[in-house]
Ligand binder design. Sequence first.
Ligand SMILES: [Zn+2]
Length: 479
Amino acid sequence: MWPRGSNASFITLIPKVDSPHSLNDFRPISLIGCMYKVVSKLLANRLKKVLVKVISDNQFAFLGGRNMLDSVVIVNEAVGVAKRSKRSIVIFMVDYEKAYDSVRWDFFMYMLGHVERKIAWVKWADVCKPKAFGGLGIKDLVTFNKALIEKWRWRFVTEPNSFLCRVIKSQLADGRCSSPWWRDVLSLCLDDNWFDLEIMKFLGEGDATRFWLEDWLGLGHLEGRFHRLYNLSQNKYATVKEVGEWSQGIWEWKFTWRRGLRGRELGWLDILFNTINIGCLREGRSDRWLWEPGEEGVYSVNSAYSFLHVCDSVDSYIDFQSIWNGFAPSNVKAFVWRVLLNRIQTKVHLRRRSAIPAAADLLCPLCNLEEESCDHLFCTCARSLGVWLAVHRWFGFVTAVPSSSKSLFSQFSFLARNKKQRLAEMTVWMASCWSLWLIRNSVIFSYGVWDDDFVLDLIQVRSWHWIKEKVRGFHYSFV
Ligand SMILES: [Zn+2]
């Protein structure tokens, strides 16, 4: 029971305009007592903890962790579905006028006008540079918009059970989404895949990562690599956590097969053990998604914006277009693009993402001389160097092999005499990177054998196939 008078309040009307005519022209303010304020704050704080659980997830406004914009998207999706399936739909619309009005539009436009006038004589690209790079730090709207919209993707990955994600998922069929809005969101990142390449799963105890079906080691899905074992496994959808257990702080793998393994299957199991043991699980910590450029791995529009911006400026001398125009299959193009951005799953890279134990050695398993970085793997490792020299001889290049993948790329694109030759050289460069990567993995993980001549053969056959597929009447002699 409240003591009498403790919840009394005075309501005052403050006029919003000079000569108010209706009640709407006033802003009501109630003046309440201190005690009332304290008690209501206490109650509100307690309620806040359970609100998300008790309020149905189709309510969005003014609730921590929920986003009012979701409702707009969901209504949009509902209308889209109704239209496509020719069903009728009833929509009840309330306006957001109040929220919208709280922006001082006149002031905003005024500022915009002034900003534009002041900077008109500076190149727009320079203006958009971060202040540390001599720009004004004004947001480049196209890039900013990209960063803003890709936030939806991040939420899709990190909140797969939210109302919004369920709405989008309900429209998925045969790997294709019938929602135009969602397809637009996806297409924003199609040309260079920037979003997908920067997110990765932080492996805790493997509770939210599928053992066979997710790429948790950075080596591709185990399902594809060990298809035979995958077929024999009892639980194909098992999480990593379900494929073993902790015993006194040490992780032990425990597989269950549909029948006993025999013959070559046992050999495969050996290789599987060697492969999965490079990963490390952390007891008592949940798996979560990380956005690499973000602070503590969390996606923010600002971090995405600066990431995109830096990408654009630092690598402007690399002609990425020649990769995307090249003849290789698209997975190979995406792969070499990652090579150029230094985003390959090397030991050094895995350590940075703390995907391998801090104490593990980072030496290249092939030469044991240097740390396994991207540049080492593709250029300075003695094994790769031998292959590049062979490719150089084949092309008749008389020059040294550069020590970074970027310089190597430039070498291949600049030494060409004409456009046609350039496309061919680009293709060989991509085939070389791809072949080096595959042979390396097969030597390290599947007891493959390294042979420079054999790798060169592979490179020639691959480039020949890729070019032949795209160019009609292509003839080439290997002699
Ligand atoms: Zn090496």
